[in-house]
Design a protein around this ligand. Sequence first.
Ligand code: ADP
Length: 305
Amino acid sequence: MPIIDVTNLHKVYGSTVAVDDVSFTVEEGEIFGILGPNGAGKTTTVECIGGLRRPDGGSVRVLGLDPVRDRAEVRKVLGAQLQESELPEKITVAEALDLYASFYPSPANPAELLGDLGLAGKADTRFEKLSGGQKQRLSIALALVGNPRIAVLDELTTGLDPQARRDTWQLIEQVRARGVTIVLVTHFMDEAERLCDRLALIDGGRVAAIDSPAGLIARVATEQTLRFRPSSPLEESVLTALPDVTAVSREGAHYVVTGTGNLPYAVITTLAAHDVVAAELRMDQASLEDAFVAMTGRTFEPAAG
Ligand code: ADP
């Protein structure tokens, strides 16, 4: 049984259709991404999963429970990252964690969690004095303090510098290694590609596709391109004869080889058989962004900030 089951979810705010028709399942232990541009309906979807909003249509089940009707039960198993405005400015880091820990029957050790999140020295610091990255890490700590089976993390690296983003990604992988199922909302392609086992591409309140990052890319990109400078002269026909190769062209001293299947292996082994080394080798492949554009017919608007 999937740990989360969303079927034909529909949610409106007045005349705005925030979520039109969204269905997906999340398996226990995976990092499931919800990826889409701003306004796609990602936050509304996870708010319905957390029981913070009541669907106008369709159904949501978390471990078979209805998040609205069985809110108390769902809160015991699902930890959600808070928006930072939800904490009072004067509360200290330790106080916030102790408060949240008190809501749960078997919470994590707050001091250990602070250590894991690189906030060990900040226990007595007031919320208002934390940097953006520290606030972000505290909100992750608060999502995890109840030892949840599911953690919902929404735009977790927005506003973080590149090093803090990488640290946060590592932390998420550690959390998953402890067996926690993670639902990750993001509009960052690189984050989704790096972290997610599977992801739902959402656009305009609808699911455009669900697959692994590699699977999504493979759907739109059948061709790859290798570019290199051969260490010694080589007949093009040696490469065009390979079944995986569809085209070979020259750009000055460089060869550009396009093809399918296991193109790099086929080309490199053939070069080696002719005692040729591929210098300045570069490989181009489609990205998750190409997949999004191909599947929605739209460019993925980079978010401000
Ligand atoms: P995302 O998380 O993908 O950015 P949201 O779920 O936040 O998308 O928003 C989806 C749509 O619903 C957007 O058009 C947004 O402006 C609108 N919306 C979100 N929250 C509210 C709200 N509380 N009241 C009215 N409209 C909202």
